[in-house]
Design a protein around this ligand. Structure first.
Ligand SMILES: [Zn+2]
Length: 730
């Protein structure tokens, strides 16, 4: 099959056009194709006729006015699964034989179309919506108007091969791309400097829609990592405002990052909470109605929200859109009589950037007691410190209640200690928020590592997946930085001792984990405990993988990812060959990715060499080549080997990939390292300086490496000491 992907600036490679989002036009497409091909474009087929015994001509209905980056053509030996929703024909389009796997996506698309027709107050404007599963070529999805393309494993669901939890990812990406049909396609940012309008909104709506249709998934809570990633990047010197000048198409590529997507998402969530759900939705409806088929800037959205809510939106939002950076709210409690007074003051939260310019925001701070004895209040924190009276002295009071705000909080020592002792009284979102802020303060040099490690000690028998995910992310980061250090074994032993009880409560097979998040937490714990060297887990994973090879039904879909991953990690040549054979034999993209990625995780250097050699052949889909090399460096812990290979073979690798690989792959790959010498090597690697966009990506990567080096030098020794002083009291 063939399938196009034109965002941001590749329409000009297909036809002559004013290839910038503000120039909207109608598109009338006629194509000549092999007769057995099914052709899909933005609009339905208007006319089709044979032109030779082998070829046919297909003419599509003309599109409404739209931007060139939203044009699409996909064609091949394809089939359809179809349903109707609110007068629109919705279909999943797959390669022959796979359409039954589109059922979950199709049902979800029908639900989402109705939900969005209602939410936006403007009906989906095209007569049809196709969801196209593309088996290779790219990794994500693209919101082409009326014909969204997806990497096959992001859209299709085969209950025999995929864990139940995989449906969450499918729903999420589908909701994101469908939200774009309005927010992005019907109303479009005028230029790439306002890309965040599209992506921040769609990333917010994907979670909002999941909370609406599948509340049991707790998508805000479980998706917390996205905001954490954005705040991590936004605290750095190389961060950028979510609204920033974009000079050309390579710089446009560089703004498709966590700041644009996830800071944008967090800001919209914070604003919705500040304005109220109903006022916010009225504003969105007005914005859609006023700008349909047109182009906008951020200011147009603020104007619509201000008119609907009567609150000052632009002045609050400007601090978050027009300047980079994360606010730090410093909270200080004191006792007067028997009343507790809390003073809040803002600063700028930075990591390894002592000369950062001071910044000011208007921060809506939700503050209150842990149990709803009194309702939380929202204080708009501006230039001046604010003081509030907050209950009796000593009562633990928390800021950023519900983890909805985009800022970090630093408490005085007594409040911090009181909160640590009260973890069990908090909502899961507040526990995650406290842990995440606590760790961020350590990386920023504002707190001792012991403060975070002590907080982890207080978690006890909490079984919230989101809470453990936060701890796992931190331990995994430390474990990566500790590679090659003699103290790594003690760090791993400590991490295992903290995580293993949570796994033992779930077990390998107990029914306790069959519902909701339990199965996902179990799979995650198996994976990470194996990576941290839990020999019992590794042995059991190998046993289950061998049984699976004899009888595939013996391994439930929910356990296939972690078990296969660990079998790959510890693979000998026989297991490695078996993984490659499984990858070659399957026609299911989810399985193919699983087997190749497990093989690439092998820690044996000879097997890492074998994987690297594969990336130069035709065996791997081009979209997997970069991730296979990264996996050799990351899970396989053969970063030096992989880097030597990339340097030697860069031209051959780049020749088979698009421009974004040449420009950006090496920069992103180098963040596997955390030492100054590698940052310098990256700085002197010529291809990453080829364009202004790639120079931006390289500078970000160099900073990430230097932050890793700093944490390694400053934080790891303190953690080693803390673990030693504890003397294995696990
Ligand atoms: Zn998007």
């Amino acid at each position: 099959m063939l399938s196009s992907h034109l965002e941001p600036a590749d329409a000009r490679r297909v036809f002559p056009c004013w290839d910038e989002p503000a120039f909207k036009a109608t598109f009338a497409l006629t194509v000549t194709l092999p007769r057995q091909f099914l052709a899909v474009s933005n609009m339905p087929v208007a006319h089709e006729e044979p032109v030779t015994p082998d070829l046919k001509q297909v003419t599509f209905a003309a599109t409404p006015k739209m931007s060139s980056y939203l044009f699409v053509l996909a064609a091949g030996e394809l089939e359809r699964l179809t349903a109707q929703a609110d007068g629109v024909t919705v279909s999943v389009v797959t390669t022959t034989g796979k359409r039954a796997q589109g059922r979950f996506a199709l049902d979800s698309a029908v639900d989402l179309l109705r939900t969005f027709n209602d939410y936006f107050g403007t009906r989906y404007p095209l007569p049809k919506l196709d969801l196209i599963a593309v088996p290779g070529g790219f990794g994500g999805a693209m919101e082409n108007w009326g014909a969204i393309t997806f990497f096959e494993s992001r859209l299709l669901f085969d209950p025999a091969a995929s864990a139940d939890g995989a449906r969450r990812g499918i729903f999420s990406i589908l909701a994101h791309e469908m939200a774009h049909q309005w927010f992005g396609n019907l109303v479009t940012m005028g230029w790439w400097d306002n890309l965040w309008l599209n992506e921040g909104f769609a990333t917010w709506m994907q979670v909002k829609a999941a909370e609406h249709l599948y509340p049991q998934w707790q998508s805000w809570l479980n998706g917390n990592e996205q905001k954490q990633n954005a705040m991590g990047l936004d605290a750095r010197r190389t961060s950028h405002p979510i609204q920033q000048p974009v000079g050309n198409e390579t710089e446009a590529m560089a703004v498709f990052d966590s700041i644009t997507y996830s800071k944008g998402q967090a800001l919209i969530r914070m604003l919705e909470r500040y304005l109220g759900e109903d006022a916010f939705r009225s504003g969105i409806r007005r914005y859609m109605a006023d700008h349909a088929y047109g182009s906008t800037t951020t200011a147009d959205l603020w104007r619509a929200l201000e008119r609907a809510s009567g609150k000052p939106v632009a002045s609050v939002a400007a601090g978050f859109t027009e300047q980079a950076g994360v606010p730090l709210v410093v909270a200080q409690a004191r006792c007067e009589g028997d009343q507790q007074h809390i003073t809040m003051q803002q600063g700028r939260f930075t990591v390894r950037d002592p000369d950062a310019a001071p910044r000011r925001w208007q921060v809506p701070v939700a503050v209150g007691p842990l149990r709803a004895l009194r309702p939380a209040e929202t204080v708009l924190l501006t230039d001046e410190p604010k003081e509030i009276v907050a209950g009796p002295c000593g009562e633990p009071v928390k800021l950023n209640l519900g983890d909805i705000g985009y800022y970090r909080v630093e408490y005085d020592a007594a409040t911090r200690a009181a909160l640590a002792k009260s973890l069990a009284l908090m909502s899961a979102a507040d526990r995650v928020n406290l842990l995440a802020d606590s760790w961020a303060l350590v990386e920023a040099g504002r707190a001792e590592p012991a403060a975070y490690l002590q907080l982890v000690e207080e978690i006890g028998s909490d079984d919230s997946r989101a809470v453990w995910e936060q701890v796992i992310r931190t331990f995994t980061r430390l474990d990566h930085l500790a590679r090659g250090r003699p103290e790594r074994a003690a760090l791993q032993a400590h991490a295992r001792a903290k995580l293993r009880p949570a796994f033992d409560r779930l077990g390998w097979d107990s029914a306790r984990a069959d519902a909701d998040d339990g199965a996902l937490l179990r799979a995650r714990l198996i994976r990470v405990l194996g990576e941290l060297g839990d020999q019992e887990i590794l042995a059991e994973a190998r046993r289950r993988f061998d049984a699976f090879r004899q009888s595939p039904a013996s391994l439930t879909p929910a356990l296939r990812d972690p078990v296969t991953h660990l079998a790959g990690l510890t693979a000998d040549r026989t297991t490695y060959d078996a993984l490659i054979a499984l990858a070659r034999a399957t026609t299911n993209t989810t399985e193919r990715v699983r087997y190749y990625s497990a093989a690439a995780s092998a820690r044996d250097p000879a097997l890492a060499d074998a994987t690297l050699a594969l990336t130069l052949t035709d065996e791997l889909p081009t979209s997997l080549v970069g991730s296979a090399i990264n996996t050799v460096a990351a899970s396989g812990e053969q970063a030096d080997l992989a880097w030597a290979f990339v340097q030697k073979n860069f031209a051959a690798l780049a020749a088979r990939q698009g421009p974004s690989f040449s420009n950006n792959f090496v920069s992103n790959f180098m963040t596997n390292f955390s030492d100054t010498a590698r940052a310098q090597e990256l700085a002197s690697f010529a291809p990453v300086h080829a364009t202004s966009g790639s120079r931006i990506v390289a500078a970000r990567a160099q900073e990430a490496i230097m932050i890793g080096a700093d944490v390694k030098a400053r934080v790891l020794p303190a953690i080693d000491d803390w673990i030693k002083r504890r003397g294995g009291r696990d």
